[in-house]
Design a protein around this ligand. Structure first.
Ligand SMILES: Nc1ncnc2c1ncn2[C@@H]1O[C@H](COP(=O)(O)OP(=O)(O)O)[C@@H](O)[C@H]1O
Ligand SMILES: O=C(OP(=O)(O)O)[C@H](O)COP(=O)(O)O
Length: 398
């Protein structure tokens, strides 16, 4: 499939609606913890500025469940973007409606506006046709530069392209080219290391990636569901109780495909995942009721490190523990350090995983830092992302 990019169409003086993923870590004071995802979109935004387009940017932030949450407004992101491109970025109070349409109609060439969090409207997640239509009225051309959310069939991803010429942004193009190479011929052994907290989403993608990898390494918030499926007591750890049989089936499939599965053998536990109480390191068989897994333990770090050292290709998505809290960051830091020293193709993906690796200053030691977590996992499973399928295809003249 050959898709059109922003360079294949005329954007000069046009209203260009750009879907990005500015879902960045931000605290309650609006301080952005890691701006990687904003910087990643700069090539597209700067290209459009150079071409004198009118640039209307839209994004989600976190998961506000279809209603306004003051702490999830995008104004701090507009401020950061403005600093990065050294020009004003107007933050709108909504993403659709007469005020937005009015503001957009008054834009000059080279102006940049950032619409409010798309997920304040339930229509975004529901892919409501009316919401998609209202968004599409703002632009004359649509650019998808949000690779990391293109696994979601949301209105701004698959709905808008029904109404506007739809092309890929330069970040999207870069992700597809780099990850496409990995997908074509991954040098073996190929490992996927999975962690993080979006357990049910990522479990869904695992049954496909398992066909491609030789090793599957499970840590972070994914681990407890696997351990519980083997009969371990996991206290109040993050568990997807309705996916236990799915996980058992997945393990059977791994066995039949000769995929080696690595699970934690010891874990760091806590009574309070937010870090205010003490911690203990225990074998996975000794997790008391009322305690939760917050990180992988030292024996597990050693096992996982040994396993990774055998590999020629490694994809890692999802922190090994609640890395935002220092006591629970050792597993994530250890795996990042090991990956940075491997003689292998190393790909990391996902907002939190990239944040952890960037904070350690190790991003340049990886072969590719993908903005996507779930999206990258789905792409590397060989599935077409709905957001990519929705883009206009290039005509190849033979
Ligand atoms: N054992 C665990 N229990 C609960 N949350 C965890 C655990 N391990 C990691 N996490 C959390 O997972 C979150 C990131 O998950 P996720 O969004 O799936 O990763 P990514 O953004 O890299 O795709 C982090 O905020 C981290 O604190
Ligand atoms: O952070 C994201 O994905 P990731 O956690 O897979 O890296 C994207 O912004 C998608 O967010 P979503 O998983 O709430 O749809």
């Amino acid at each position: 499939m050959t898709i059109k990019t922003v360079k294949d169409i005329d954007v000069t003086s046009k209203r260009v609606l750009v879907r990005v993923d500015f879902n960045v870590p931000m605290n309650s004071d609006g301080i952005i913890g890691d701006d990687t995802r904003i910087r990643a979109c700069l090539p597209t935004i700067k290209y459009l500025i150079d071409k004198h387009a009118k640039i209307i940017i839209c994004s989600h932030l976190d998961r506000p469940h279809g209603k306004v949450e003051e702490s999830l407004r995008l104004a701090p992101v507009a401020k950061r973007l403005s600093e990065l491109i050294s020009r004003p970025v107007r933050a709108m109070k909504d993403c659709i409606g007469p005020d937005v349409e009015n503001a957009v109609s008054k834009m000059h060439d080279g102006d940049v506006v950032l619409l409010e969090n798309l997920r304040f409207h339930p229509g975004e997640k529901e892919n409501d046709p009316g919401f998609a239509r209202a968004l599409s009225r703002l632009g004359e051309v649509y650019v998808n530069d949000a690779f990391s959310v293109s696994h979601r069939s949301h209105a701004s991803i698959v709905g808008i392209p029904k109404h506007l010429p739809a092309v890929a942004g330069l970040l999207m193009e870069n992700e597809l080219v780099k990850l496409g190479k990995l997908l074509e011929r991954p040098e073996k052994p190929f490992a996927a290391m999975m962690g993080g907290a979006k357990v049910s989403d990522k479990l869904g993608f695992m049954e496909n990636i398992i066909n491609r990898v030789d090793l599957l390494i499970i840590g972070g918030g994914m681990a407890a569901t696997f351990l519980k499926s083997e009969g371990y007591r996991v206290g109040k750890s993050l568990v997807e109780n309705d996916r236990l049989q799915y996980v058992r089936d997945l393990k059977e499939k791994a066995k039949s495909l000769d995929v080696r599965l690595f699970l934690p053998v010891d874990v760091v536990i806590t009574e309070d995942i937010h870090g205010s109480s003490g911690t203990r390191t225990v074998p996975v068989s000794d997790i008391p009721d009322g305690w939760a897994i917050a990180d992988i333990g030292p024996r597990t770090i050693s096992d996982f490190s040994q396993a990774l050292k055998e590999c020629k290709t490694v994809f890692w998505n999802g922190p090994m523990g609640v890395f935002e809290i220092q006591e629970f960051s050792h597993g994530t830091h250890a795996m990042a350090t090991v990956m940075s020293k491997l003689d292998a193709v190393t790909v990391i993906g996902g907002g939190s995983t990239v944040e952890a690796v960037t904070k350690m200053g190790l991003e340049d030691k990886m072969s590719h830092v993908s903005t996507g977590g779930g999206a990258t996992l789905k792409f590397l499973s060989g599935e077409t992302l709905p957001g990519v399928a929705a883009l206009s295809e290039k005509m190849i003249v033979v």
